[in-house]
Design a protein around this ligand. Structure first.
Ligand code: UDX
Length: 463
């Protein structure tokens, strides 16, 4: 029997993990020291935009899932404690682990019997050892606990299904007892019993094959997380670099990516060229992995190049905007997309926000629409830009339309209508959401990534 589970932190990772663990049948206490957030969650609020999360919170809140601001009470009641607090980047790229440390200290002060402390936040290798040391120093040498690394591989927007239908579960445990407890936590997934449940959250397209639980040492688990994210970021920067060559030689990146991705050794995912990666994970994790490598005496120069290509991708797109519009001062630019990717309201390290700031600095007026990320953007950009109610309001009278986030609805615009609304029929698509032929048919100037631009045509067959 697993007993109660505490999840410390109710951010993207903590809240999703808490809700999903309750969905798997566990009794979960989700703790946060932000009293307002706890009150919101207790009152039925859903503070983040995440598919299926409202359903899960509704299903389990007040039953198997409770919210609390008291870490001591939660620790005393639980046998497994997940740490899922933030690890924001410091100026030098290293992760700031002060939140993790203070949570570890508070856990240590409230140990009352054997507990497994699980690091779920993305942390550098050795964090496991540090947590162990903090617990030993605070709780004394006889404290009965284990520290386990159980990295998450959740993507924002699909985090709930990623948790319930993972490719693999990694448990880095240095003791048999802790490993057994964690196996019990994930048993409904690994033995497939959750997948028999008729009320289950719908599975993604893949078949319902229970995933493997990969048991490793704590250090290996910590490295698996960093290396996986760095490798995916590398894949994106690689395809973006190839896209730039496609532009130079007149090839088409979508054809190239399809041809490459059909090799099962390469695989089709994470080969979408565009404005580069953003979000709360990849930029931070690649920088942190680079810093960790340096600390242990290895210059991981490849990662520097991954970061450089990623930055360059935005600069190249800005140049394309300048080339299409000549000067930017006083131009009215319609922007579709603010979030760092579709299906999320997160704007952390969003290429869209960085680009908008550059456009504003050059004197352009920006009118923008995003299905979920406008409230968060308002907190950062305030009224430096105009917020629209729909993609068509954005296009109305704009000198050009910029597509900066891959929301599905942006790929299905009524192009005839957009054509009528735009002042100049120029579309710059940083996410390659449209087929060039379609754009040509409507008579747009269409500039995308890794494909030849569609030039101006005198006779547009519209109507
Ligand atoms: C990522 C990892 O996928 C996840 O395993 C980890 O736990 C957290 O970081 P997330 O940041 O939510 O998840 O988003 P993801 O879907 O992986 O995309 C990351 C960035 O890469 C986005 O900016 C996205 O637009 C970009 N991307 C992704 C591309 O530019 N091209 C691609 O082919 C795929």
């Amino acid at each position: 029997m697993t007993g109660k589970i505490t999840v410390v932190g109710s951010g993207y990772v903590g809240l999703v993990a808490a809700a999903c663990l309750a969905e798997l049948g566990h009794s979960v206490i989700c703790v946060d020291n932000d009293l307002n957030r706890v009150a919101t969650l207790q009152a039925g609020g859903v503070p983040i935009h995440e598919q299926f999360l409202p359903e899960l919170l509704q299903r389990h809140r007040g039953k198997r899932l409770e919210f609390s601001s008291s870490l001591p009470d939660a620790v005393a009641a639980s046998s497994v404690i997940f740490i899922a607090v933030g690890t924001p980047p410091k100026d030098n790229g290293e992760a700031d682990l002060s939140y993790v440390e203070s949570v570890a200290r508070e856990i240590a002060q409230n140990l009352n019997g054997y507990k497994v402390i699980v690091e779920k936040s993305t942390v550098p290798v050795y964090t496991n050892e540090w947590i162990r040391q903090v617990l030993n120093l605070t709780a004394g040498p006889h404290a009965d606990f284990d520290v386990v690394s159980n990295p998450e591989f959740l993507r924002e927007g699909t985090a709930v299904t990623d948790f319930l239908y993972p490719d693999r579960i990694v448990v880095g445990a240095d003791s048999e007892r802790a490993a057994e407890l964690l196996k019990g936590v994930y048993a409904p997934i690994t033995n497939g019993s959750y997948y028999q449940n008729i009320d289950r959250i719908p599975e993604p397209d893949s078949a319902l094959i229970p995933p493997p639980l990969i048991l490793t040492t704590a250090k290996s688990a910590e490295l698996i997380k960093h290396a996986s994210n760095a490798f995916l970021a590398l894949k994106i920067s690689f395809i973006n670099a190839v896209a730039n060559i496609c532009e130079g030689v007149g090839a088409d990146i979508q054809q190239v990516a399809k041809g490459m991705g059909s090799d099962s050794r390469i695989g089709p995912q994470f080969l979408r060229a565009g404005l580069g990666y953003g979000g709360s994970c990849f930029p931070k994790d690649v920088a942190a992995f680079h810093a960790v490598a340096r600390e242990c005496g290895y210059e991981f120069n490849l990662l520097e190049e991954v970061m450089r290509i990623n930055e360059d991708q935005r600069t190249r797109f800005l140049k394309k905007i300048r080339t299409a519009l000549w000067t930017l001062k006083g131009k009215k630019l319609g922007v579709l997309g603010l979030a760092f990717k579709g299906k999320t309201d997160d704007i952390r390290e969003s290429p869209a926000i960085g680009l908008i700031q550059q456009l504003l600095a050059e004197g352009a007026h920006v009118i923008a629409y995003d299905p979920a990320a406008m409230p968060r953007t308002r907190e950062v950009l305030q009224d430096k830009i105009t917020y629209a109610d729909s993609p068509y309001d954005v296009a109305d009278g704009a000198d050009a339309l910029l597509i900066l986030t891959d929301w599905e609805e942006f790929a299905k615009l009524d192009l005839k209508h957009v054509h009528k609304l735009l002042r100049y029929r120029i579309i710059l698509d940083g996410r390659n959401l449209y087929c060039k032929d379609e754009m040509e048919q409507y008579g747009f100037i269409y500039v995308s990534v890794g494909r030849q631009p569609v030039p101006l045509r005198q006779l547009a067959r519209v109507g």
